[in-house]
Write a protein that binds this ligand. Structure first.
Ligand code: COA
Length: 153
């Protein structure tokens, strides 16, 4: 059975919390509190494989025409099987449904996003992101994440 992407529900909160916590401990994702997950649940999706949650991802609206892919992660043992790409496709379809033409991410996984049709851009073209999140980040002036963008046709 292939993995299936779907919207997260309240039953997924604990699993989401643990999955994201694991990535945050490795420094590849920002941690998310349970409260934040409850508040933002409508923006989260999960990938389910034979009854197990093996991946998660979310959208965050940064402006009228811009949305960010966040908290995208696939569990160890399930990477490299196309599940991450399936989640990106699902999130892009959600952005399309909302009529949001620009989807961006800040990432270390540039090759993965390029394979999914994103291009590398300067993060300064997203003042919405810089003023909303980056100014609160201790890496503001030494950020090593790469900005990627996909324009939806
Ligand atoms: C990045 C991540 C989401 C990719 O998910 P995945 O399910 O392993 O990716 P896919 O199997 O869909 O890969 C799609 C393509 O990208 C390539 N790819 C995936 N990860 C890659 C990597 N780290 N380096 C180079 N290429 C990569 C795959 O080889 C594949 O190429 P192909 O189509 O030519 O075979 C996953 O590796 C992950 O959870 N990483 C840790 C968390 C993280 O860094 N998330 C990004 C936060 S923005």
């Amino acid at each position: 059975m292939p993995a299936v992407c779907r919207k997260a529900t309240t039953d997924d909160i604990e699993t989401l919390y643990e999955l994201i916590k694991g990535y945050a401990e490795k420094g590849i994702m920002l941690p998310r509190s349970r409260e934040m997950l409850v508040d933002q649940l409508e923006w989260f999706i999960v990938a389910e494989l034979e009854g197990d949650i093996v991946g998660c991802g979310s959208l965050c609206r940064l402006g009228q025409d811009l949305v960010e892919i966040r908290s995208l992660g696939i569990s160890d043992g399930h990477k490299g099987q196309g599940i991450g790409s399936k989640m990106v496709d699902y999130l892009i379809e959600e952005a399309r449904q909302l009529d949001i033409p620009k989807v961006m991410a800040l990432t270390y996984e540039v090759n993965f996003f390029q394979k999914n049709g994103f291009e590398v851009v300067q993060k300064e073209i997203f003042p919405e992101k810089v003023w909303k999140d980056c100014i609160h980040c201790k890496k503001l002036h030494c950020c090593d994440e790469i900005a990627v963008l996909k324009m939806l046709g």
